[in-house]
Design a protein. Structure first.
Length: 496
């Protein structure tokens, strides 16, 4: 058995020994690095962070968060570059919970003795890609070497049913503000009170990003500046301005190195670099948001969070560091409410997906790397929540700076969610219904285009509709319409 400060450690204990983030800010997109180059740099930096630059040749598994690139097996290419040619490789499915789910899997494999050294990577150059498109130039691309596809890790996320897509329930920028209106009504807030509260919440995230050297947006913003529409901060889906939406326009990558305690000790990784994954969990809500019992609730999230905390023998008040998935304000409110975490405490270690930004799938990979740094600077337990879909798929990780008192394990709570209540769905419903939630979408000119409306039928089933009436759209941004009756026609047009 290994020993640390007098405590015996199971040699199979998984340990994060190195973590790194890489951020490029390149004006000329033709000079931008490729995603592969960013990930390789992040991996080398993680090895240096571990004070063990020679450890990469011993990697047995390299997992990569899926991205907006054309690599069929990026892990294989990375393994060849860093001298780990024998490593197994995989690529995650497209879902925001994938990085944390992947780390849970790597920790489980190490605890079981299946592998001694693994790396988790992710990266994008979406900012340079967008800039190149605007300028009409090409960005440099890596050659994929015609490799066969890597093993896929995780199930493909289906974000909407055909019926939902037909009614406009088909994009996070539309659905998440709609969920927030459900929160507003449940709390009994006015539209103005709700907007002020969201501004204060997001100003706290902005303050963390200002101090994060890897954040995409480090400009200080007050609550009013965040919520007030301007030419540079237009309304998207009311009440969300641009400054309240996820920001994927980044050139970022991250890497996390995970070893067995035995391997870490053999390599001489200093003990002050060690961060222990204590536990993990995964939970899934109804895959169709139409079937959620309440739009602003996520019972599977609650069960998964409780399972991870219980396995780590910790309570919420024991946590020194928290990063809740923060694509939109409603995502943070859903998770904090289900976990019993007050909105008045720090809820991010990065600044969140608006201000810190993140690759499409790998935001939580960046968050885990940032969490490692925070835990070393201020020792104490940390928690990461990762989310995919419309608060649909959840993965948790609980981490500690002290050796765990029990073997690592990750808990799947999906069987426990089978008996949770679900809402029946009526597609397409025609007749009188009650408005349950809504958002008003806006064009780039700031003019309202349409409203997505969730409604309850007389049988308490859920249905969806839209309205494009200009007067009604303006009224919906200033006057509460939840609880009002409305007529839904065969095309899903709502007249309130």
């Amino acid at each position: 058995m290994l020993h640390a400060v007098g405590m015996a450690i199971d040699p199979r204990t998984p340990v994060i020994v190195g973590a790194a983030q890489v951020t490029d800010r390149v004006d000329d997109p033709t000079r931008a690095r490729t995603p592969l180059e960013l990930m390789v740099d992040a991996l080398h930096s993680a090895a240096i962070d571990a004070d063990a630059p020679g450890c990469l040749s011993g990697l047995g598994l390299i997992g990569v968060a899926g991205g907006l690139w054309r690599y069929s097996d990026p892990g294989h290419q990375i393994a060849d570059i860093v001298g780990a040619a024998g490593a197994d490789t995989l690529v995650t499915s497209w879902s925001g919970h994938s990085p944390q789910l992947l780390l849970n899997d790597l920790a489980t494999r190490i605890q079981a003795g299946e592998v001694d050294a693994a790396a988790m990577l992710g990266g994008e150059v979406n900012a340079s890609r967008r800039r190149a498109r605007r300028l009409g130039v090409d960005i440099r691309r890596d050659h994929d070497a015609d490799l066969p596809p890597a093993e896929q890790f995780g199930e493909t996320l289906v974000i909407a049913t055909p019926e939902e897509e037909a009614r406009g329930v088909d994009a996070p920028i539309t659905v998440y503000p709609l969920i927030d209106s459900s929160f507003r009504y449940a709390r009994g807030e006015s539209i103005d009170e709700h907007r002020r509260r969201l501004g204060e919440l997001w100003a706290g995230f902005n303050a963390v990003a200002v101090d994060n050297p890897h954040a995409a947006v480090r400009t200080p913003m007050t609550a009013d500046e965040i919520t007030t529409p301007t030419d540079r901060n237009r309304l998207v889906g009311a009440p969300y301005t641009v400054a309240m939406n996820a920001n994927n326009s980044v050139d970022q990558a991250s890497a996390v190195l995970l070893l067995s305690a035995e391997r870490a000790g053999a390599l001489g990784v200093p003990r002050d670099r060690w961060v222990f994954p204590l536990s993990g969990s995964v939970g899934v809500e109804t895959l169709s948001i139409s079937e959620r019992w309440e739009l602003h609730r996520a019972p599977a999230l609650r069960l998964a969070g409780e399972a991870a905390m219980d396995a780590a023998r910790l309570g919420i008040d024991d946590l020194a560091h928290i990063d809740l998935y923060s694509c939109f304000p409603s995502a943070v409110q859903v998770s904090s409410a289900e976990l019993g975490i007050g909105l008045d405490r720090p809820l991010t270690v990065t600044g969140g997906l608006t201000f810190a930004g993140g690759p499409f799938v790998n935001y939580s990979g960046q968050a885990i790397a940032a969490l490692v740094r925070c835990m070393r600077e201020r020792p104490g337990p940390g928690l990461v929540h990762a989310n995919g879909g419309y608060a649909t798929k959840h993965a948790f990780g609980v981490y500690g700076t002290e050796p765990p008192g029990r073997p690592y394990r990750s808990i799947d709570v999906r069987a426990a969610t089978d008996d949770l209540p679900t809402r029946s769905v009526d597609h397409p419903y025609v007749g009188t219904a009650t408005i349950e939630a809504y958002t008003v979408m806006h064009g780039r000119d700031g003019i309202p285009t349409h409203a997505l409306v969730a409604l309850r039928t007389p049988d308490d089933a859920r249905t969806w509709g839209q309205t494009r009436d200009p007067e009604r759209l303006t009224a919906m941004t200033t006057d509460e319409h939840i609880g009002r009756t409305a007529e839904v026609d065969p095309d899903g047009v709502v007249a309130a």
